[in-house]
Design a protein around this ligand. Structure first.
Ligand code: CTP
Length: 437
């Protein structure tokens, strides 16, 4: 991971733009000690419920006050005593406990964030249709804060049209529904439907809390490319570049937290999959182009943050290229790769689709950037100044974002996450109003 998962909660709520509530639904006392952000952890009945214990531990250790609201079936997997001991709060599943405290309303009203992990197909369906048969579904109906669902179920259930529609409904309303991971499911099955790593879910929660009211990408689909392409010469060698993928991954994470559905096309990055993004892995520029053209027709925004090789070897040797005594090596002939950004910009797959490019320049940053923006035909071009301390793989960089409308937004030297937020701020402002897709 690029950063600590135990970032203090105070930072996580910075910029949330709303006064945190106490557990009882009252604003924090003015001038008093800073109140811990209040998180409701909803747990529904799936085998992955045990992983929610780790998420709970991370939330409490990083300074959040967590109320656990399991469903009755969740308690078949992890008992009340565990949730109560780990959260430091009593635990109830239904609305008939402590009726005088009106818990079915208060818990949701008082939350700064509700996260449901795991969210079963049943819980997603109930949430999408506004059912309120137990304490968790009541809490979801009364919460006015951001809500994150981390679904976990069998692949068939995740892919069923009923679940797809319920997920689309929840996303359209602004909930963050993070994509399940691919891997081993209950029993011998493997496929999409695994609960993402609790550390990744925690990371989404932290970002959603920090984004607060900024749910400006809710209902949008964004496609981001990241990493660097590799162009093979033979089975063991390639022409490549040093791109780590950090900037593209930061963009993907930030977009998830702001409510977008995210497709991340990752070229050879060693970074862990960001929770919430659908990750498509590619190797070469030609594969990257295919993946981008496949995802773009459904996208509101396309971002080309990947470092794409401009050239590839003209031929590929199926066996390892050998040196021969007394012979000079053969020169490597190269051919041009397609310019993916220019192609995506020229053939907007959807009316109103925004296309964002990146560029690295050492000199005359703005004039060179302007010329490149015009050449590529994109809407925004993020021009990184490369130089001494600004190298591939660094945690921080400095940039200026140029707009096709003539705008110029400088982004001071800082973390790649800050640059990602600025890009999404500009994108959110420029996007046409969402249609009810
Ligand atoms: N890009 C692309 N396809 C390529 C090369 C680049 O889509 N074959 C995209 C990159 O993802 C980036 C933008 O174009 O968003 C600019 O990349 P850069 O390497 O700076 O541009 P080049 O066209 O390669 O220009 P230069 O001659 O400066 O290398």
């Amino acid at each position: 991971m690029e950063e600590s998962t135990n970032q203090p909660a105070a930072e996580a709520t910075a910029g949330a733009g709303r006064e945190p509530h106490t557990g009882a639904g009252e604003p924090a006392a003015a001038g008093g000690a800073a109140r811990k952000p209040s998180v409701v952890l909803g747990v529904s009945g799936g085998i992955a419920a045990y992983k929610a214990c780790e998420l709970l531990r991370r939330l409490t250790e990083s300074g959040h006050d967590v109320r656990v609201v399991p469903t009755a079936s969740a308690l078949h997997f992890v008992g009340e005593a565990t949730w109560s001991a780990l959260s430091g709060h009593p635990v109830s599943t239904e609305v008939w406990t402590d009726v005088h405290e009106v818990a079915h309303v208060r818990i949701g009203q008082g939350a700064d964030l509700v996260v449901v992990a795991p969210a079963t197909a049943d819980t997603l369906a109930k949430a999408a249709h506004g059912l309120a048969g137990d304490l968790l579904t009541n809490t979801l109906l009364t919460a006015r804060c951001p809500v994150v669902f981390a679904p976990a179920m069998h692949t068939e259930m995740w892919e069923h049209p009923a679940t797809r529609e319920n997920v689309a409904t929840l996303r359209r309303r602004g909930a963050v529904v993070i994509e399940p991971a691919v891997g081993r499911l209950t029993g011998v099955d493997t496929g999409k439907g695994r609960l993402p790593d609790p550390g990744e879910i925690f990371e989404v929660c932290r970002r959603v809390l920090a984004a607060g009211a900024r749910r400006d990408l809710a209902g949008r689909h964004v496609v981001v490319s990241a990493g660097g392409t590799r162009e093979p010469l033979d089975p063991v060698r390639f022409l490549g570049n040093r791109s780590s993928g950090k900037q593209g991954y930061a963009l993907a994470r930030a977009a998830v937290a702001r409510g977008a559905r995210v497709t991340l096309v990752s070229a050879n990055s060693a970074l862990p999959d960001p929770a919430g993004a659908d990750v498509v892995r590619v190797g070469t520029a030609v594969q990257l182009r295919e993946a981008m053209l496949k995802a773009a027709p459904d996208a509101d925004v396309v971002v080309m943050a990947a470092a794409v090789a401009d050239f590839r070897p003209a031929t590929y040797a199926t066996g390892k290229i050998k040196k021969r005594d007394g012979q000079e090596p053969e020169p490597i002939a190269l051919v041009r790769n397609p310019d993916i950004l220019a192609e995506l910009s020229a053939e907007r797959a959807r009316p109103g689709q925004l296309v964002v490019g990146f560029a690295a320049e050492t000199d005359d940053v703005v004039p060179n950037g302007r010329a490149k923006l015009a050449r590529k035909g994109c809407d925004l071009l993020v021009v990184n100044e490369v130089g001494e301390r600004k190298t591939f793989g660094a945690e921080e960089n400095e940039a200026v974002v140029l707009g096709a409308d003539g705008s110029e937004t400088p982004v001071p030297y800082g973390p790649k996450e800050a640059l990602a937020e600025t890009v999404w701020d500009l994108v959110a402002r420029a996007l046409p109003p969402a249609t009810d897709a």
